[in-house]
Design a protein around this ligand. Sequence first.
Ligand code: BGC
Length: 585
Amino acid sequence: MKPILTSAGRYPRLRRAGSVAAALVLGAGLPVALANPVNAAVACEVEYTITNSWGNGFNANVSLTNLADSVNGWTLEWDFPGNQRVVNAWNGQATQSGAHVSIENPGWSTTLGSGSTVDIGFTATYSGANDLPTEFTLNGVACDGEVDPGPDPDPDPDPDPTDRVDNPYEGADVYVNPQWSERAAAEPGGDAVADQPTGVWMDRISAIEGNGSPTTGTMGLRDHLDEAVEQAGGEPLVFQVVIYNLPGRDCAALASNGELDPHEIERYQTEFIDPIAEILADPAYADLRIVTTIEIDSLPNLVTNVGSRETATPECDEMLRNGNYVNGVGYALDQLGDIPNVYNYIDAGHHGWIGWESNFTPSAEIFHEAATSNGATVDDVHGFIANTANYSALVEENFSVSDTINGQPIRGQSQWIDWNNYVDELSFSQALREELVRVGFNSDIGMLIDTSRNGWGGDERPTGPGPRTSADAYVDGGRFDRRIHIGNWCNQAGAGLGERPTAAPEPGIDAYVWMKPPGESDGSSEEIPNPEGKGFDRMCDPTFTEGTPRNGNNPSGALPDAPLSGHWFSAQFQQLLENAHPPVQ
Ligand code: BGC
């Protein structure tokens, strides 16, 4: 993937509309004129970002923010500096004459509210330079950010971020899901961990009300929150909820495909996020610290599994093209971020996925793009979570990325490490935090690391470094993570429970958490018809030896006889207990 080029910064992002002065002039002092689109004040800003480019074409996102009064019917225009030609656009109707481009509102959404943003995407052809257009107009008025700041007629609805504590886990207990707890306690030896906090997954619209499925059980979101209020008993209590239902979910795998089609962003917003936001905003829950994990795996997929990469899938290409992952995440962040006791953490993959240089900064940039889309701002983001539902080791103690063997760096020589810059989640999470701040997130963001299944203990755990005979012998002999390949992700044989949930364990890390409830399957090892939208992914089939480009064409390393993703998998739970590290007492 080509680097993301952005002209952000050229067009100052002004949060305050401050359009009162302009409105008075244009509206001639008649209050009624303010409601009249013809006379309404117009002020806007535009961020034009090339999101992907190849030989003779590119995709761009044009983020148009209305800094003044709501307009009903809008047209955005610009001139291309070169021979760029728009082929097709979404979230707007494009026409082009010579270099002049005009994007009219889509028929299904004519209004652009005050303070709201529309992300228009397009594909274009070009040759030679692909210089960015520099001037934009909205309904004929220049979008130059030149707005008199004036008084604030549209106060930012986002609450003051200082209302939130810096680290919600500090000094707090964390909610124990009674349904998970009961299943864990019913397993031999499970009592020892059954009182650990795990994430509550909103993985379908029906999970909000409680759908009685083996995945989410009979408790809906309100039932959990009511139970959390009971558990809190007046003390601060963190309630961890996973928001996981994007349109076209899980575009590079099949096991967790969801119920919404790639284009169903409207349903995602109105039938999933809005009702969740309404429940979370109930004053009855105002004393809880609600930690959200926002949309696992989605944004990293738009970096690594698209375009001309060998790992690309048509489904991820589609989600990049239609913008619905970015817009969905933006919407979730914005709506949930408006609730003063919600702490949003965006899913950030894991080191074995985005630790390579070609993935690291582009991922941070796409997180930033999502966090400034569809109404969201970086103030809606409290932090990021790494390793959700994955198996990457927390710390590899027997080697580090800068080690050498016979004077040669192991990085680039060891097949396990490849050219990755990180060998474990802790170093990766701390470095990613810095990178996220560099690309524009607040400097006080914190990281979570899911340690539910990355313990890799038991009899097979190496007790020291491997032999220094070759980079492979050294790394493979010493690594705790005993997967066949770091791209393997489904019900991994040999895995164990990792660090127990802990607040503020390391600098920059808000907590180690068990966001994935240990014992819940990652996917079925053979096809099982189901009403949950879940597919069969051969990465969950232990007999699948040829693999995919995403696991270097290696065997899947999955346990046999697994049920559908999210369903209870007793044999896996028992293996996790057995191989726990630290061991379970
Ligand atoms: C499944 C969800 C489930 C979650 C937690 C995901 O892989 O798709 O249905 O709730 O895991 O176990």
